[in-house]
Design a protein. Structure first.
Length: 418
C-alpha cells in the first residue's frame, strides 16, 4: 500500500497522524476545555479538506458530499436567510453552526483511521472522563479546594466558581462540574460520553467490554448524582435505556442490562428524594428559575420574526421582555430554555423545520443494528430530550461533542458494518 493510500484498514502516514491528533484533541477537549476541542476540530477539518481536494474519490468514507443535502439546506438557511433580512450572525452563533458543518468531516476522519488509532482515542477519552467524574465527586461532596485556590488562574477564564453552587436543601453538597467546571456542560457532555462507552461495551469492541461498561457505569452514576442536572438525568436514563433496547435487538445481555437499569433507576428514584424530584420536575417549569417567563420571550421573538428569525446568536430574553417580565429573566444570559424554540427565534420557523428535517434524516441514516448506529440514535434521543428544557447548543463543548458523536455514528468503518 502506497503512502497516503485509503484502504479498509484506514489511512497511513502523515494524514493518519494528523487525523489522529485532531480527533484526540476533539474528543478530549469537549471534556476539558473548548479551546482544546476547537484545536482538534480545526486540525480534523483542515486535514480532511486537504485529503478531499487531493483525492476526490476518498469522500465516499464520509458518505459522499451529495448525501448531506439536509445539512446543507439547514446551514444555508440558518446563515443566509437572517443575513438577507439584515440580521447578521454573531461570532458565537456562527461558530455553533460550523460545528454542524464538521459532521461529515468527523465521519470521514473516524472511518479513515486505523482501528488501533480509534482504540487509542477511546482509551484516552475514557481516562479523561473518569478523571472528570472523580473531580465532580470531590466538588459535589465539598472536598474540593476553596475559591481562593484558583484566584491566580483567573486569566484562564475557566468558571471555577461554578462548582461552589450549593445544592438546594442539602447542606455541604455542591453542584459538581468535573473538568469543565460547569454542571450542565459536565452533565450534557457526560451523557453523550456514557452512551458512547455503553454501546462500545455492548459491542465488545476491541475486547475491552469490561472497561467500556465500567466507564459508562461510573459516568451514568456521576451524571445522575453530582451536577444536580434535572433534565440531563431524565434524558440519560431514557436514552441509555433506549441504547440498551437497540442493542437488545441482537444481544441477550443488553436485554438483561436494560431490565436491571430500569429496576435500579426506579429503586433509586423511589428511595432518594432529591433524585425523585429531579425526575418529577426535570422537564417542567417547576423550580427552574422563571422558565415560563423565559419561554414567553422566545415566543415573542418568533411572533415578531417568524420567517428569518433574529439571526444566529442574536436571541436573548432581555431583547423580548415585557413590562411584567421579572428582572432575573431580563438578566438571564441564556436563551429560551427550549432549544427548538431558541432555534425558531434565531432562524425562523422555516429554519426550525429544516433543523427537524436534518434530525429526522440523521435518525433514518443510523442503523440501529450496528454499534455506531445505536450510539447515534441514543445520542440523538439524549439531545432531543435535554432540548425540551435547556439550550444545550449554547455550550460550545456540548455543541462540538454532538457533532463528533453524529460524525462517528455516520462513519463507514469495519465496526459499523458488523
Amino acid at each position: 500500500m502506497s503512502r497516503g493510500e485509503i484502504s479498509a484498514e484506514g489511512r497511513t502516514g502523515a494524514a493518519a497522524r494528523s487525523l489522529f491528533l485532531g480527533l484526540l484533541f476533539w474528543s478530549i477537549g469537549v471534556q476539558v476545555n473548548e479551546i482544546i476541542a476547537s484545536l482538534g476540530l480545526v486540525i480534523t477539518g483542515l486535514t480532511v479538506a486537504v485529503i478531499w481536494l487531493k483525492e476526490p474519490e476518498s469522500r465516499r468514507l464520509g458518505g459522499g458530499i451529495p448525501r448531506w443535502w439536509p445539512l446543507a439546506l439547514f446551514l444555508a438557511w440558518a446563515i443566509v436567510a437572517p443575513a438577507l433580512a439584515g440580521r447578521l450572525p454573531t461570532a458565537t452563533g456562527l461558530a455553533r453552526a460550523i460545528d454542524w458543518l464538521l459532521i461529515p468531516f468527523a465521519a470521514y476522519a473516524v472511518g479513515a483511521l486505523p482501528e488501533r488509532h480509534r482504540k487509542s482515542i477511546a482509551l484516552a477519552g475514557a481516562a479523561v472522563f473518569l478523571l472528570s467524574c472523580a473531580l465532580a465527586a470531590l466538588q459535589h461532596s465539598g472536598l474540593w479546594p476553596g475559591p481562593s485556590t484558583f484566584e491566580r488562574l483567573s486569566w484562564m477564564r475557566i468558571p471555577f466558581y461554578r462548582v461552589y453552587e450549593p445544592v438546594p436543601g442539602a447542606d455541604g453538597q455542591f453542584m459538581g462540574g468535573g473538568l469543565l467546571f460547569h454542571r450542565l456542560k459536565f452533565a450534557h457532555v457526560g451523557g453523550l460520553t456514557v452512551l458512547a462507552f455503553l454501546t462500545l461495551g455492548l459491542a465488545d469492541w476491541q475486547r475491552l467490554r469490561s472497561l467500556w461498561l465500567a466507564a459508562s457505569a461510573v459516568g451514568f452514576l456521576s451524571v445522575l448524582a453530582f451536577p444536580y442536572a434535572r433534565a440531563a438525568s431524565v434524558a440519560l436514563v431514557l436514552s441509555a435505556s433506549f441504547a440498551l433496547a437497540l442493542s437488545g435487538l441482537k444481544n441477550q445481555r443488553a436485554r438483561v442490562a436494560a431490565i436491571a437499569l430500569a429496576a435500579v433507576t426506579l429503586g433509586a428514584i423511589t428511595a432518594y428524594r432529591p433524585l425523585r424530584e429531579r425526575f418529577l420536575y426535570g422537564l417542567t417549569s417547576t423550580g427552574s428559575g422563571d422558565r415560563k417567563e423565559i419561554l414567553s420571550t422566545g415566543f415573542r421573538a418568533v411572533a415578531e420574526y417568524p420567517i428569518a428569525g433574529v439571526g444566529l446568536g442574536q436571541f436573548r430574553p432581555s431583547y423580548f421582555g415585557s413590562a411584567s417580565t421579572p428582572q432575573n429573566v431580563i438578566d438571564n444570559p441564556g436563551k429560551a430554555h427550549n432549544e427548538f424554540l431558541s432555534i425558531a427565534a434565531e432562524i425562523g420557523i422555516p429554519g426550525l423545520a429544516l433543523f427537524l428535517l436534518l434530525l429526522g434524516w440523521l435518525a433514518r441514516s443510523f442503523n440501529p443494528r450496528q454499534p455506531l448506529g445505536a450510539f447515534g440514535l441514543s445520542a440523538l434521543a439524549f439531545f432531543c430530550i435535554v432540548s425540551l428544557a435547556h439550550d444545550p447548543l449554547i455550550h460550545a463543548p456540548f455543541s462540538m461533542a454532538l457533532s463528533l458523536a453524529f460524525g462517528a455514528a455516520s462513519a463507514r468503518t469495519p465496526m459499523s458494518r458488523r
